[in-house]
Design a protein around this ligand. Structure first.
Ligand code: HEM
Length: 230
């Protein structure tokens, strides 16, 4: 399915919103939450802070950029495919490291793991993301499936990819809501600057996801080998 409008203007919006969201998540965690640390004897919260930063940069922004890589530039199909799979690989690795940091924070602070809806959907998302990447790599890149298998797999790859990506956005929103609720319960003002920053960051994340989906179902810029087989 494709909309009869060009994707490129939507992809510009995606780049800008993605950059804004990265700046916002960094300001939040560095200025308001005390910074990021792989290890800390005195403030375990700094270990947790790596979690939203890597998930926002990785699964949300790089994952979104990977999805629109076929629509953003008039590159050759093979180059677009390479950009697509590399960006998704980086997103996946950042996602796994970011989730590891949430577990590390919980374990070192004596907090239970996997008790929330956010964490349940989050685990499902990272598993589906990894399966989707591996299947795509084996069938479309190396060693590559037969032409028939690739043709039949492509619509499922696109559909599952968009489904998982929508879940990524939903999981991030649940995460922002949950963390902001925790910090508000520990005294941060409900209408203060931090609360506005996090709520706007979540809204920008929703808009980012919407423009990624919009770009992904719009017309790619013309390229010389547009109609080459996948
Ligand atoms: C789409 C990206 C995300 C995924 C896949 C994800 C996944 C996860 C997972 C699997 C856990 C469980 C860790 C454990 O039980 O030890 C977790 C914990 C947590 N995450 Fe995320 N997360 C994402 C983004 C975010 C964001 C953007 C925030 C915002 C601050 C956030 C906030 C939290 C919080 C507060 C916890 C600890 C409480 C809990 O386990 O629910 N997450 N996340």
């Amino acid at each position: 399915m494709a909309l009869g409008v060009p994707a490129v203007p939507f992809t510009f919006v995606v780049h800008v919103l993605g950059l804004v969201s990265i700046v916002m998540v960094l300001i939040w965690n560095i200025k308001y939450r005390g910074g990021l640390a792989w290890d800390s004897a005195t403030n375990k919260g700094l270990i947790f802070n790596i979690h939203p930063v890597l998930l926002q940069i990785g699964l949300v922004v790089l994952g979104g950029e990977a999805i629109i890589s076929y629509k953003a530039f008039p590159l050759k199909k093979e180059v677009k495919k390479l950009v697509h799979l590399i960006l998704h690989a980086v997103a996946l690795v950042l996602g796994i490291v970011g989730i590891y940091c949430a577990f590390k924070f919980h374990n070192e602070s004596g907090i239970a793991n996997l008790y929330s809806l956010h964490s349940w959907i989050g685990i499902g998302v990272i598993i589906l993301y990894a399966i989707q990447w591996l299947y795509g790599f084996v069938i479309f890149f190396y060693p590559g499936g037969s032409a028939g298998l690739r043709r039949e797999s492509l619509p499922w790859h696109v559909l599952l990819g968009i489904f998982v990506y929508v879940l990524v956005i939903a999981t991030a929103i649940l995460g922002y809501l949950e963390k902001l609720t925790f910090v508000e319960n520990s005294g941060v003002a409900k209408y203060g600057p931090e609360a506005f920053l996090v709520n706007f960051l979540a809204v920008i994340t929703v808009l980012f996801g919407a423009f990624v989906v919009l770009a992904s179902i719009s017309q790619a810029p013309a390229a010389e080998d547009d109609y080459a087989p996948i």
